[in-house]
Design a protein around this ligand. Structure first.
Ligand code: NAD
Length: 503
């Protein structure tokens, strides 16, 4: 395990040499990452198929192409993201500059999960690169082919000192967590998430925890149920239910349940044929442990659809369960498989009560054409994200931050939010040394007096957007014109601390 310290040390030294900070370097690495995907997309797809028997379009679109698109997005915008952001100030600091300067944290640890084993390390990685960090990637050991592909490809394309892949299982992850990092980005279960947070406390390392949990679906009676059935079944059966935002269970009325089951049967036949076990469009359960865990759920309630399984193939048929009680085992943990229980909630109020009794979900799904029901769910429930009248597709929108709340996680990423996650927002105030600025604030100096205190109190009182950025320059310019100063004299007063170049 000694070489793990060496790996982290190599990255640390590279960061300290400021290798990753220049924008040019970040752009070059992002382009190299894109090239990796261009040239090795099929190798990655094969690895994903080996690990999870992922259908080709799912592996290609959800992992390889979506990462490529996020890299493209970063390449379009990274020059804007790195810019310091000017902020408003107060009257005493009228002639000064305040701005937020995004800085890389340093050496980042990214720990991935097995269900989207490439995507879940690749997307944080591109955000960390764009933000100027060095990175140690720890892919999941439960998707060994993808971990192997990552560890062979990353050093061929990305800077060898700055970016490293560490393979192995829990001992290796545990050993890595004993090292000092500047940021930890973890994707996986809430149980391990707690361990990661505990480990990060040693050096007070900030962390993002992308966790899971049970994502509920409420189907209102007022909805296009045919479309709802199609979209729910699609989101549930993607990767055979092994998706963090997969619909976990359905809440609806008896009438809607009956119609949903009838339509779900039709949709499943249309999607996967009469012998779904032979469909090329269904993945397999990742390992025996998860297979055994999931088939136990088939003993809950009544099987309305499906229920077949094949241990040799680690295959479980798309299954719908009815007559489910809150106390059933299928309702005690995230299902993470193709089993979809339906529970009764006759009204939106009942559904909200049910959801609010449990941990806050990663995503909450609502199917309704009634705007009042939407407002009610929006106001009275909490979840990392909410997707109305569809499932999973909200993850394809880069302008939306993705992450959990409460037990479903902390922190967000995707698009600019990935850059933000891996950047420390450094606050900077640059005071001018001119006489007017000094005059405005001189009441702060002792000896104190009531008059000075009164004046400061007035100056410091909160006002609505009174001093926008650049007002000081404008005022000085007007002042200069009125007092007939020369241009040279005016510029002598204007704060010469212009914003720093981004690197
Ligand atoms: P996993 O078993 O692959 O574990 C994830 C990582 O944690 C691995 O790299 C592993 O080495 C490490 N790990 C496991 N046990 C550890 C321990 N005791 N100490 C230190 N490190 C340890 O994945 P998983 O946990 O089975 O992942 C499934 C969970 O992840 C589900 O709950 C799912 O909802 C969630 N998930 C969340 C997201 C998201 O974006 N929010 C995405 C995918 C999966």
């Amino acid at each position: 395990m000694n070489n793990l310290s060496e790996v982290v040390n190599t990255a640390r030294k590279a960061f300290n040499r400021e290798v990753t900070k220049p924008l040019d370097f970040r752009v070059k690495q992002l382009k190299a990452f894109h090239q990796l995907l261009e040239e090795n997309g099929s190798e990655l797809v094969s690895a994903l198929q080996k690990d999870l028997k992922k259908p080709y379009p799912e592996a290609l679109l959800a992992e390889v192409e979506s990462t490529k698109n996020q890299i493209k997005g970063a390449l379009f915008d990274v020059h804007k993201w790195v810019q310091p952001e000017t902020t408003e100030t107060n009257i005493i600091l009228l002639f000064d500059k305040t701005y937020i300067f995004p800085q890389p944290y340093g050496v980042v640890l990214i720990i991935g999960a097995w269900n989207y084993p490439f995507l879940l390390v690749a997307v944080p990685l591109l955000g960390a690169i764009a933000a100027g960090n060095c990175v140690i990637i720890k892919p999941s050991e439960k998707a060994p082919a993808t971990a192997k592909a990552l560890s062979s490809l990353i050093p061929q394309y990305l800077d060898k000192d700055c970016f490293h892949v560490v393979t192995g299982g829990v001992p290796e992850t545990t050993a890595l967590l004993n090292e000092r990092f500047d940021y930890i980005f973890y994707t996986g279960s809430p149980a391990v998430g707690k361990k990661i947070r505990e480990a990060s406390n040693k050096y007070l390392t900030p962390c993002t925890l992308e966790l899971g949990g049970k994502c509920p679906v409420y189907i209102d009676d007022e909805v296009d149920i045919e479309l709802a059935a199609k979209r729910i079944i699609w989101g549930k059966m993607l990767n055979l239910g092994q998706t963090c935002v997969a619909p976990d269970y359905i809440l609806c009325s008896k009438k809607t349940e009956e119609r949903f089951i009838e339509l779900a049967k039709k949709v499943l036949l249309e999607f996967f044929g009469a012998e779904p076990e032979n469909s090329p469009d269904l993945s397999r359960i990742v390992n025996e442990e998860h297979f055994e865990r999931i088939i136990k759920f088939l003993n809950c309630g009544k099987i309305a659809v499906g229920g077949d399984y094949d241990p040799k193939e680690k295959y479980i048929a798309p299954t719908i369960l009815t007559d489910i009680k809150e106390s059933d085992s299928v309702m005690q943990e995230e299902i993470f498989g193709p089993v979809l229980p339906i529970l009764r909630a006759t009204t939106p109020d009942e559904a909200i009560k049910f959801i609010n009794k449990r941990e806050k979900p990663l995503t909450l799904y609502l199917f309704s054409s009634n705007k009042n029901v939407l407002d009610q769910f929006l106001m009275s429930t909490s979840s990392g994200s909410m997707c109305v009248n569809d499932t999973v597709v909200h993850l394809s929108v880069d302008s939306l931050p993705f992450g959990g709340v409460g037990m479903s996680g902390m922190g967000t990423y995707h698009g600019k939010y990935s850059f933000d996650t891996f950047s420390h927002k450094r606050s900077v105030l640059v005071r001018s040394l001119n006489a007017i600025g000094e005059y405005l604030g001189k009441a702060r100096y002792p000896p104190y007096s009531n008059a000075k205190t009164r004046l400061l109190k007035k100056f410091l009182v909160k006002r609505p957007n009174l001093i926008p950025p650049y007002l000081s320059e404008l005022l000085i310019f007007v002042f200069g014109m009125l007092t007939a100063l020369t241009v040279k004299e005016i510029f002598a007063i204007v704060p010469n601390e212009t914003l720093p170049r981004p690197l």
